[in-house]
Design a protein around this ligand. Structure first.
Ligand code: AKG
Ligand code: FE2
Length: 372
């Protein structure tokens, strides 16, 4: 795989049944050398995928008051609706609307317990009468994605020469203590010459373990940065998921698997929709303390990649002090920074600590960014 790859590899899920060694080799190449792949022939029923694709635009077409009634500022668990510009990635407001949700979970927080226990809990849903079948379909989809994410992670484990379930140690064996996050997304059109950044979401790496993206409309706006710094298009491909890995997996594998920068440019015409499912670390994990014993051939592949990309492979993977903190604390830190309105309501002590000067300007004049 050259530095200048111009397309994303495709891995066929059913190949695992037909020729497991070939499947694992292809998966390993894609994961180590690119960090992004299409998963074809996946196990999620196509009629369910089609329903999700059909319902997602319908959700965003709901009257603004309905969407506002389930605004994220009303959720201690950071679920719910976010308007365009309602989330800022490193201070740059994204040009996208979102509906954030998770599977049904009971909030385990009680007075005196760590505040991060408030992160998990029931999602906010629109009334079924306004969008029939939405909640049921999205939860069915979520549940199946969750199952697939465990299976896929076991394959990645094997592809890296580990026991199938070793990477599962990043998760919690008690699934009720995990709540992967899912987002339905709408990127409004931003015609050339209009004001705004022209980006639906600015360049970033995901922070979790693995991300599973369904591109739900025919817009060629997702791009990934190859090792020479060029942006490569990841066009929608029917019947596939785009899978990429996040910083947590990069760190857990000491850089064997690279988290890859990606961005979404705003579509020039017509809105673009996608649905992203993020698997993330169990609350109790401290990423710097996780270690896997990879076989030499896996380290050799990493070294060969580093050589091509001009990185010093012999250098120990560097952890920051934050990597020794609990994953749950880091997740809460991120949510607090991104979502001051929910923080103000549900985490007042943290609000005072993080925002001593009150709400950031972006959140006091919400309409200045909301021109769509
Ligand atoms: O919508 C997409 O295509 C990508 C979304 C994404 O990268 C993210 O939400 O982290
Ligand atoms: Fe992302």
């Amino acid at each position: 795989m050259s530095l200048e790859y111009t397309e994303i590899p495709v891995v066929d899920w059913t190949l695992a049944q037909r020729d497991k060694p070939l499947f694992l080799t292809e998966l390993r190449n894609a994961m180590i050398n690119v960090g992004f792949l299409y998963l074809s022939n996946h196990p999620i029923p196509m009629d369910l995928v089609d329903k999700v694709i059909d319902l997602t635009p319908k959700f965003f077409e709901l009257p603004q008051e309905v969407k506002n009634s389930i605004d994220m500022s009303k959720s201690p668990h950071f679920h719910g609706y976010l308007r365009v510009g309602g989330e800022a990635n490193d201070g740059h407001p994204d040009t996208r609307e979102q509906f954030n949700f998770g599977g049904d979970r009971t909030c385990r927080y009680e007075e005196g317990e760590p505040e991060y226990l408030k992160l998990h809990g029931s999602a906010l849903w629109p009334e079924d009468a306004v969008i029939p079948g939405f909640r049921h379909t999205m939860l069915d989809y979520y549940q199946r994605l969750e199952d697939m994410s465990w299976e896929f992670t076991a394959y990645v484990s094997e592809a890296l020469g580990l026991q199938p379930h070793e990477l599962w140690s990043l998760f919690d064996p008690d699934r009720s203590k995990l709540q992967p996050r899912c987002k339905a997304l709408r990127y409004p059109a931003c015609p050339p010459g209009s004001s705004g950044s022209g980006l639906g979401i600015t360049p970033h790496c995901d922070t979790g373990v693995l991300s599973y993206l369904l591109q739900a409309s025919d817009q060629h706006v997702l791009q990934v940065q190859n090792h020479s710094g060029n942006w490569v298009s990841v066009p929608p491909s029917k019947g596939t998921f785009v899978i990429n890995l996040g910083r947590a997996l990069e760190k857990a594998t000491r850089g064997v698997l690279p988290a890859t920068m990606h961005q979404v440019i705003s579509p020039p015409v017509g809105a673009r929709y996608s649905i992203a499912f993020f698997s993330s670390l169990a609350m109790h994990i401290r990423i710097a303390e996780v270690k896997f014993d990879f076989p030499q051939e896996v380290w050799d592949m990493k070294k060969a990649r580093d050589k091509r990309t001009g990185k010093d492979s012999e250098k120990e993977f560097e952890f920051t002090p934050k990597d020794y903190e609990l994953a749950a604390e880091l997740e809460l830190d991120k949510k607090i920074k991104f979502h001051p309105l929910a923080t103000m309501r549900y985490y007042p002590n943290l609000f005072d600590k993080y925002f001593p000067n009150g709400l950031p300007r972006l959140f006091t004049c919400p309409l200045i960014y909301c021109t769509y």
